[in-house]
Design a protein around this ligand. Sequence first.
Ligand code: S0N
Length: 285
Amino acid sequence: MSNRNPKTAPILTWQFPWETIREYKEIRFLYYDGIAMISINRPEVHNAFTPLTVKEMSEAMELARQDERVGVVILTGEGGRAFCSGGDQSVRGHGGYIGDDHVPRLNVLDLQKQIRSIPKPVVAMVAGWAVGGGHVLHVICDLSIAAENARFGQTGPKVGSFDGGFGASYLARVVGQKKAREIWFLCDQYDAQDALSMGLVNKVVPIEKLEETTVEWCRKMLANSPIALRMLKSAFNAELDGQAGIQELAGNATLLYYLSDEAKEGQRSFLEKRKPDFRKFPKFP
Ligand code: S0N
């Protein structure tokens, strides 16, 4: 069915030769040259998410995590009019957003945690609206690249919701306490240049350059050491994420330790039913 609403009719299609990794109902999950793209495919409602959209994004994020070809993930929305307008208000019910199973859910909170913990950079590619829970999704991404038509803001206090988790505390880390409180308390909208000047996005480009620039940034990261990027991401997260953040950072340290002959000596000695010989390993200052 063609979209005749002038506010939501698509103005942007992807130009790179993306391949579909898996077919979904409410998202597109694509791959190109080391990059996975998860794109919300509900342009007729400015890419508002339902429980199913989030379930699909969550599965795609996990597949991107497991896929060894993938070094960077792009999060975006189809059509060029919106990145994401938050939770779909037409399915919001008593206690959350209601899907086909009639159960109210706030499963976007699980997706937020996944974006922070996937050990690969996640880049928000933002054209048009990034508001409400959609704004929170871009805030949580490691980097945000915005088209000149991007518009940002929180709507919660106007529409009867709020995100007191990462949506508040991490936003405040990004733009500072005063600005974060302004964004939530006033529910104003900010253009791409406003967002750039408050450090909410990394770069602003004409919409025709959005995909090209985002892929270029992804390629720069793909040319760098994946373990260094992984360690840095968990290090940036660790302080704010408390025990869970330390667990991630420590998990990466364990991964590195497993790669060493010293750790392998422990495993081998057990399998060979002998005492481990750790004396031969260096005691670094
Ligand atoms: C984005 C806005 C500003 C765009 O305005 P514009 O360009 O004038 O277009 P509209 O005519 O308003 O919209 C075009 C069509 O799209 C539909 N639509 C837009 N947004 C939504 C939406 N969120 N849900 C359902 N439909 C939407 C319009 O209805 C219209 O369709 P037609 O023409 O057929 O009527 C403007 O659209 C706007 O303000 N949208 C609403 C933004 C919003 O309030 N979003 C929800 C905010 N809350 C959340 O996201 C909470 C979710 C969450 O993340 C969360 C986190 C932590 C704890 C709890 C929660 C929780 O789930 O509550």
